[in-house]
Design a protein around this ligand. Structure first.
Ligand code: GLU
Length: 304
C-alpha cells in the first residue's frame, strides 16, 4: 500500500499555501487508496513554540484532512541520532564552524538561492560526533544524483556544487530538516512525497542521504506554489493570510473550493467537500504554474 504524508513546519498558523499542500498530498494518496500521515515538523528553532504547534494543528483539524496518523518530529530524536551514528561511521561527517558571511564570501551561488558551502572544513572529519559542539556537515562531493520528479522534471544534481554539503546538525545540537525528513519518511514507510516546488532543489540532497543511510527512496511530486503579490512564496512567516483570519470569514468547504479552483481542479470556486474532490482527482488537472493570491477584504482572490 502506498503511504503519503504532509509535513508542515510549525512556524506559524496555516496559510492558503500550507492548506493547498496538505490538500494535494491528501488527494494524491487517498485517490490511490493509500495511508495518509501528518508529521508536524517542529524541530527548527522557529518552529518549537507551543502556540505555533497547537495553532497549526487546530488549523489542520478545522480544515479537515482526515489523517491515519499524526506525529511530532521532535519525538524522533533517537532515530535522528542513530542516523548521525551511521553517517559518522561512513567517515563523511565533518565539523564546520564557517559563518554565513564566510560562506557568502566564497561567492558560489546555490540553485536554491543563497550560497553554496565551499567545502572548507572537509578535512575536519568526526567519528565521535556526540562529543562535538560544532555544526556537522556531510561530504557529498562524490554524489551526483540522478532523480526525476514524477511529472518528468529532472531533479538530478551534483549536490555539493548545486546546493553544497548539507548541514545535518546545527551548532546548538539540533538536527536539521534535511536529515530529519529523510529518516522520518523512511521509518514511516513513506512511498510518495508530495510537496511544494520550493523543495524540489532539496530532493537530490535527500536522495543522497537516503543512499548513505541505506534507505528506500520515495517517489517525489512537486506542485505549484501560491505566491505573495510581490512573487515570494506565500510563507507562513509572512503571516499575511493566516488561518486565524481565514477561519473568521470562510468555511472549510469555501476555502477548499477556492483552493481547488486556484490550482485547476475545479472550474468554479463553489464550496466543495474533500471527498467530492477525490472522485475525479488527477494530477493532469492540477496546473503547473504558480498562482498569486491576495486577501481582498473578506475573501481570497487571485492577484495579477
Ligand atoms: N516542513 C517542510 C515545509 O513546511 C516540508 C517538508 C517536506 O515536505 O519535505 O516547508
Amino acid at each position: 500500500m502506498d503511504i503519503g504524508r504532509f509535513a508542515p513546519t510549525t512556524s506559524g498558523r496555516a496559510h492558503p499555501g500550507t492548506l493547498l499542500a496538505g490538500l494535494l498530498a491528501w488527494l494524491d494518496i487517498r485517490s490511490r487508496g493509500g495511508k495518509f500521515l501528518v508529521r508536524m515538523e517542529d524541530i527548527d528553532p522557529g518552529a518549537q513554540s507551543s502556540a505555533h504547534r497547537q495553532g497549526l494543528l487546530a488549523d489542520l483539524e478545522w480544515f479537515g484532512l482526515p489523517w491515519d496518523e499524526l506525529s511530532w518530529q521532535s519525538d524522533r530524536r533517537p532515530a535522528h541520532e542513530a542516523a548521525l551514528d551511521q553517517l559518522a561511521a561512513t567517515g563523511l561527517l565533518y565539523e564546520c564552524d564557517c559563518s554565513r558571511s564566510v560562506i557568502k564570501a566564497a561567492g558560489l551561488p546555490s540553485v536554491a538561492g543563497g550560497w553554496v558551502y565551499p567545502g572548507t572544513c572537509r578535512p575536519r572529519r568526526v567519528r565521535d560526533w556526540r562529543s562535538s559542539r560544532r555544526a556537522l556537515r556531510v561530504d557529498l562531493s562524490d554524489w551526483s544524483v540522478d532523480v526525476a520528479d514524477e511529472s518528468g522534471d529532472d531533479l538530478g544534481q551534483r549536490v555539493s556544487q548545486a546546493m553544497g554539503d548539507p548541514l545535518v546538525r546545527r551548532a546548538d545540537g539540533g538536527v536539521t530538516y534535511q536529515l530529519a525528513v529523510v529518516v522520518d519518511d523512511a521509518s514511516a514507510g513513506v512511498t510518495r512525497v508530495v510537496r511544494g516546488r520550493d523543495l524540489a532543489t532539496s530532493t537530490a540532497t535527500q536522495v543522497a542521504l537516503h543512499g548513505l543511510l541505506g534507505l528506500r527512496v520515495p517517489v517525489y511530486r512537486h506542485h505549484l506554489l501560491l505566491l505573495e503579490p510581490q512573487g515570494e512564496k506565500l510563507a507562513k512567516l509572512h503571516q499575511s493570510i493566516g488561518a486565524d483570519v481565514l477561519r473568521q470569514h470562510l468555511s472549510p468547504d469555501e476555502l477548499r473550493g477556492f483552493l481547488a479552483w486556484v490550482c485547476g481542479l475545479r472550474d468554479t470556486q463553489a464550496p466543495v467537500a474533500a471527498e467530492a474532490l477525490l472522485a475525479d482527482f488527477s494530477w493532469q488537472r492540477v496546473g503547473r504554474a504558480d498562482r498569486t493570491v491576495v486577501w481582498a477584504g473578506q475573501k481570497l482572490d487571485v492577484g495579477s
